[in-house]
Design a protein around this ligand. Structure first.
Ligand code: NI
Length: 259
């Protein structure tokens, strides 16, 4: 039985992996995780993401600024991002969006950085990795106003309800499930997973955060995307292998990864 899992959202360039990234990547491959997208949160992490992607077959990069760091986003950063984003192993722009839960950057700065990154994605013909926390309606409104469906993307670590999921899919976007799908209290999220069209679903770890229930309290890592696949398989009454096959094919389609 061959599992070919794709962790579509990881932060393995983070300091948490500074000491043992080689072992982390080996464990991922042993668990059947053959592809990982390292998602940038700011310009330095975008540079690290591109370096990692250039150094390892199976690792891909995004370039973008997380809403937490939107306050630092300006014209000089944009210029550097454009150059980085043209690198061949960059598969998306992001993560970008709105975080009205932590509000680490002023909301206007978040909105501005989000809009400009959607425009960049459209200019470069790359999909967008979307971060939304406590900002469902406004995230959707900006995606529509900026015509993000033109390039598509993924609503990462989806936390909305069935209705929002349907709306997101109807616009042509994908949704992605992470560790919270395994949490005992996440019944409403499992209801979304029960009902969505699986041709538009991705899986991810968002490591080092959001560790699945089986290892909760410890650092998350790409190998643990298996638990997200397993949770989805249980919810849908499918095998883990079939979920792996479907979600990997979806990710390759969205990010146009053909190797
Ligand atoms: Ni993330």
């Amino acid at each position: 039985m061959k599992k070919l899992l794709f962790d579509t959202h990881a932060h393995i360039d983070a300091a948490e992996f500074g000491k043992d990234l080689v072992e982390v990547w080996q464990r991922a491959q042993q668990a059947g995780v053959t592809r990982v997208i390292n998602v940038a949160i700011d310009l330095p992490s975008a540079r690290r993401a591109v370096d990692l992607a250039n150094a390892h077959e199976g690792i891909y990069a995004t370039v973008g600024v997380h809403p937490h760091f939107a306050k630092d986003f300006g014209p000089s950063q944009m210029q550097a991002m454009v150059e980085l984003a043209r690198q061949p192993r960059v598969v998306a722009i992001g993560e970008t969006g709105l975080d009205f839960y932590r509000d680490r950057s002023p909301r206007d700065a978040q909105r501005q950085a989000f809009r400009e990154q959607i425009r960049l994605a459209r200019r470069l013909r790359l999909p967008v990795v979307i971060h939304d926390r406590n900002a469902h309606a406004e995230t959707m409104a900006i995606l529509k106003e900026e015509e993000a469906a033109d390039v598509g993307g993924v609503w990462h670590c989806f936390s909305g309800d069935v209705r929002l999921a349907r709306e997101v899919l109807a616009m042509g976007f994908f949704i992605s499930f992470a560790g919270p799908l395994t949490y005992p209290k996440a019944d409403s999220l499992r209801e979304v997973a029960r009902q969505v069209n699986l041709s538009r679903v991705l899986i991810e770890t968002d490591c080092p955060y959001l560790t699945p229930q089986a290892h909760r309290g410890k650092r998350n890592e790409p190998a643990f995307v298996y638990y997200v696949a397993e949770a989805l398989a249980n919810i849908r009454g499918m095998t883990v292998e079939r979920v792996a096959e479907l979600t990997t094919a979806n990710a390759r389609r969205l990010f146009r990864i053909y190797d």
